[in-house]
Design a protein around this ligand. Structure first.
Ligand SMILES: CC(C)(COP(=O)(O)OP(=O)(O)OC[C@H]1O[C@@H](n2cnc3c(N)ncnc32)[C@H](O)[C@@H]1OP(=O)(O)O)[C@@H](O)C(=O)NCCC(=O)NCCS
Length: 178
C-alpha cells in the first residue's frame, strides 16, 4: 500500500506545453556562421523550464540533461521554434521533452534540428525539493512519451549505479577514494 500518497491534484500534460519562437541573427552565430549550439541549448533550457514551472506551479531548476541531439545545423535567418512538454513526473522531479524546428524566415522547408530530454526539480520557498502534481496523460502519444521517460530514468539510475555520480556525497569513480 502507498504510505505517502501525493495529495496534489493531477494536471493534464497538455496544459503545461509551451512553444517559443525566435529568429536567429548574426549575434547567435558561431565561428563558421551557423547558430552556436549553446544558443540553442539556452532556448531548450528556457522552454523546458517554463513547461516544468507551469506544471509544478513553482520554481523549477534544471538538474540534468539525459539527452541532447543536434540533428541538423541551424542558420542565421532561420526562425527557431522550440516546443516543450512535460513527459513524466517523479516525486519532486519532472522530465521535459523539447523539440526544436527551424525554417528560413522567408518560408521553406521546416526541419527538425534538435531533440532534448531534461530533468527539472521543483523547489519550495526554502530551496528544498518539493512534490510535483501527478501528470495526467490522455492519449497514446502522451502515454508513449511517459513510458520512454521511465526508461531514461531507469537507464540514468543504472548508469549511476555502475559508474558513480558527480554528486559531492558520492565519490567520482576516478577519485582515489572511489
Ligand atoms: C537539482 C537539485 C535541487 C537536486 O537536489 P538534491 O538534494 O540532489 O535532491 P534529491 O537528491 O532530493 O533529488 C530530488 C529529485 O531530483 C532528482 N535529481 C537530482 N539530481 C538529478 C540529476 N542530476 N539528474 C536527474 N535527476 C536528478 C532525483 O532523482 C529526485 O527525483 P524524484 O524526487 O522525482 O525522485 C540540486 O542539485 C541543485 O540545486 N542543483 C543546482 C540546480 C541549478 O542551479 N540549475 C541550473 C540553473 S536553473
Amino acid at each position: 500500500m502507498d504510505t505517502n500518497p501525493n495529495p496534489l491534484p493531477a494536471k493534464p500534460a497538455a496544459d503545461s506545453r509551451v512553444t517559443f519562437a525566435r529568429t536567429m541573427t548574426v549575434l547567435d552565430a558561431n565561428a563558421v556562421g551557423n547558430v552556436h549550439g549553446g544558443v540553442i541549448m539556452k532556448e531548450v533550457d528556457s522552454a523546458g523550464g517554463t513547461a516544468a514551472a507551469r506544471h509544478a506551479g513553482r520554481v523549477c531548476v534544471t538538474a540534468g540533461i539525459d539527452e541532447l541531439s543536434f540533428r541538423q545545423p541551424v542558420h542565421v535567418g532561420d526562425v527557431l521554434t522550440v516546443a516543450a512538454s512535460v513527459n513524466a513526473v517523479g516525486r519532486t522531479s519532472l522530465e521535459v521533452g523539447v523539440r526544436v524546428e527551424a525554417e528560413p524566415w522567408q518560408g521553406g522547408e521546416r526541419r527538425h534540428t534538435t531533440s532534448a530530454y531534461l530533468v527539472f526539480v521543483c523547489l519550495d520557498e526554502d530551496g528544498a525539493p518539493v512534490e510535483v502534481p501527478p501528470l495526467l496523460v490522455t492519449n497514446e502519444e502522451e502515454r508513449r512519451r511517459e513510458a520512454q521517460a521511465g526508461i531514461r530514468r531507469q537507464v540514468r539510475k543504472e548508469r549511476i549505479a555502475r559508474i558513480g555520480s558527480w554528486r559531492p556525497d558520492r565519490p567520482h569513480p576516478a577519485s582515489p577514494e572511489a
